[in-house]
Design a protein around this ligand. Structure first.
Ligand SMILES: O=C(O)c1ccccc1NCC(=O)[C@H](O)[C@H](O)COP(=O)(O)O
Length: 218
């Protein structure tokens, strides 16, 4: 369980892999704090710049628009940044590369064997948070797989966004075990790749709120 300098009022929720206007609306209506747009063309959830502009314009104030990149050309990041509040680097980007981001940024780390999270948190000291995701060789993200949450140290220099295989059924346990700043989900709230399911979105948000309520009663 992570120690936070400031007690968290509630767990933030990021819904990733949004590709359709109706899914922007459904995620916002369900109570999402952040929406993720995949700008890496290799993903089955990828959108292009024109689509990003269209979707980002639908997002109301106080919901964070996150653009996800995998070892992308900085020129693409810069063009997309006009429509984004936060950049998510989900590849093998160095700390120096991330530091040149045109927007505040988070770094995704895939939990491969031997990853030293304490060292990574120091290396990526400019990050707003670390997004911890499952590791599957050759697949940069969106695997739908969990990892061993007990590998996350209690004390880390950066807030944690927990990702990887979260669903309405397991997110409460994940929050109780890790107590992250935020949880991130893609496949667990989908009907199929890139198409969110509004009932699953609502169920996911309900499960997060129930976990927060249980924690407040601790
Ligand atoms: O979602 C993708 O297709 C993707 C592709 C390449 C890099 C990252 C990708 N997704 C990143 C996310 O933030 C996902 O929400 C995260 O990997 C968790 O996905 P899931 O296990 O499906 O909930």
């Amino acid at each position: 369980m992570i120690e936070h300098a400031t007690p968290l009022a509630r767990t933030r929720v990021k819904i990733c892999g949004i590709t359709r206007p109706e899914d922007v609306d459904a995620a916002v209506a369900a109570g999402a704090d952040a929406l993720g747009f995949v700008l890496w063309p290799g993903s089955k959830r990828a959108i292009d710049e024109a689509r990003l502009a269209q979707l980002a314009a639908r997002v109301p104030a106080f919901v964070t628009r996150v653009g996800l990149f995998v070892d992308s050309d900085p020129a693409l990041v810069a063009r997309c940044a006009e429509h984004l509040d936060l950049v998510q680097f989900h590849g093998e980007e160095t700390a120096a590369f991330c530091a040149a981001s045109p927007r505040p940024w988070i770094k995704a780390l895939r939990m491969r064997d031997g990853l030293d999270l304490v060292a990574a948190a120091e290396a990526y000291h400019g990050a707003q948070a670390l997004l911890l995701d499952a590791y599957r060789p050759g697949v940069p993200g969106g695997t739908g797989e969990t990892f061993d949450w007990s590998r996350i140290p209690a004390s880390l220099a950066k807030p944690v966004i927990l990702a990887g295989g979260l669903t309405p059924a397991n997110v409460a346990e994940a929050i109780g075990t890790v107590r992250p700043l935020a949880v991130d989900v893609s496949g667990g709230v989908e009907a199929r790749f890139g198409v969110k399911d509004s009932a699953r979105l609502r169920a996911f948000l309900r499960a997060v709120r129930a976990a927060d309520a249980a924690r407040a009663g601790d």
